[in-house]
Write a protein that binds this ligand. Structure first.
Ligand SMILES: Nc1ncnc2c1ncn2[C@@H]1O[C@H](COP(=O)(O)OP(=O)(O)OP(=O)(O)O)[C@@H](O)[C@H]1O
Ligand SMILES: [Mg+2]
Length: 405
């Protein structure tokens, strides 16, 4: 395989997780926290002007319909049975209500992830960038706990307080260490409330911060020596962590921690059709959420973006005839979604209302050429050897040539 991506080629995805919460403050965004209502049907609608709804807000109606017809046993603290959670994620129909697929791919992957969370082991979603790790973890938390907002964002600067707890210093100075002066981390809140907590990019955290999770996962307890007390996790508590394949070696998971996780590897989409479906579905949803002018997403152009990305990723054309070099960029469905969404914005605001090759050419070129020297060579070669030869790709070839200069 000709995969030459450097380890730090993490890419922006159209679905950046909510708000990083490095301080461990419970609700830094001030977004309404739906935790008061255990029943997804009772969640308030999306407040005016909010750019991105949490999964449990956006899919409240689906979750309610599934819950109403879910008579299978639910693990303690769960809002739905494992079967119902899988239906929510994989899609289908419940008593006339269509359930949109959230995760497109092998159903078994979802089943293993859901089953893991019903045990005392935590779940680690591993994969290359843009393979829906964050997306799946948000939807798992929404379906299982009715709340996907308990989140710790792992970065090199994440401190132990983000996993354990911090202090309100004004109170600490006047009252000393008391219950009220303590600021619970999302992990601590998940323990007391019996919910799932998400830990994003686990392997980017310094190792000693990661290790703060060991006691939590093995003893299900978080000691608070300053108060001489501890928090014991309630039923329903568990951890979903995500880690990027490409970050391997940044801060390797300690073996003590690794043993407490079941790892599920999320693959890149198996077939082009699957990938087209993912991109088409997300682009349509995003366009609606961003209130872009109505525009049919243009399946032909989506297929073209997906074809280019798959060929560059795999190092060979879809007919298996021509070998091509792979650029350093990841080129996952996440990048394809960005390219098509920007293309739609271009077409809607500056074009004739139809998504055309010229609208995606700039996006594709930008996504492929991350390294201005080596990637540019790879892209030029691909343009000349593959794109130029395809009869019905002439417009696209011209548009790309214009962008690349
Ligand atoms: N198999 C899939 N099913 C549904 N959506 C997918 C799939 N693969 C990718 N996506 C879409 O790709 C986008 C990016 O996914 P996400 O941000 O979860 O990736 P990630 O694996 O967390 O990446 P990173 O490692 O960069 O954080 C999401 O909009 C998601 O819907
Ligand atoms: Mg992610």
């Amino acid at each position: 395989m000709t995969d030459t991506t450097p380890p730090d080629a993490a890419t922006g995805s159209p679905d950046a997780p909510g708000t990083p919460n490095p301080t461990g403050t419970p609700n830094p965004t001030g977004t309404p926290n739906p935790t008061g209502s255990p029943d997804p049907a009772g969640l308030p609608g999306l407040p005016e002007g909010v750019l991105r709804a949490h999964a449990e807000q956006q899919y409240a109606a689906e979750l309610a319909a599934i819950a109403a017809h879910d008579d299978r046993p639910r693990p303690p603290g769960w809002h739905l049975s494992p079967w119902a959670v899988t239906t929510y994620l994989h899609g289908g129909e419940v008593d006339g209500t269509p359930i949109t697929p959230k995760y497109v791919g092998n159903r078994r992957i979802v089943e293993v992830a859901v089953a893991t969370l019903a045990t005392d082991r935590a779940l680690l979603l591993l994969g290359v960038p843009g393979t829906a790790k964050t997306w799946l973890s948000e939807h798992l938390a929404a379906a299982i706990s009715g709340d996907s907002t308990l989140l710790v964002q792992g970065t090199a600067g994440t401190v132990e307080e983000a996993i354990r707890y911090g202090w309100n210093y004004a109170r600490l100075l006047t009252e000393g260490p008391t219950d009220k002066a303590l600021v619970a981390s999302p992990v601590m809140r998940a323990m007391t409330e019996g919910r799932l907590v998400r830990v994003e990019e686990l392997t980017r955290m310094p190792s000693d911060v990661q290790d703060a999770l060991i006691t939590v996962l093995s003893e299900k307890t978080m000691p608070i020596p300053e108060l001489g007390s501890q928090v014991q996790a309630r039923k329903g508590f568990n951890v979903i962590a995500t880690a990027n394949d490409r970050d391997r070696g940044v801060n390797e998971l300690s073996s003590a921690l690794r043993r407490r996780f079941n790892t599920v590897v999320l693959p890149v989409p198996a077939t082009a059709d699957e990938e087209v479906e993912i991109v088409h579905r997300r682009v349509t949803e995003l366009g609606r959420a961003l209130e872009l002018p109505e525009l049919p997403p243009g399946l032909d152009e989506i297929r073209r973006v997906v074809t280019v990305f798959r060929e560059l990723r795999e190092g060979v054309t879809s007919d298996g005839r021509t070998r091509v070099k792979s650029p350093s960029a990841t080129l996952s469905p996440a990048e394809a979604i960005s390219v098509v969404t920007s293309g739609i914005a271009l077409a809607a605001h500056f074009g004739d209302g139809t998504l055309r090759p010229a609208d995606i050419a700039a996006g594709i070129t930008g996504a492929v050429i991350q390294d201005p020297v080596s990637d540019r060579v790879v892209w030029q070669e691909y343009l000349e050897a593959v794109v130029r030869e395809r009869r019905d790709w002439a417009d696209f070839y011209r548009a790309c040539r214009e962008v690349s200069g």
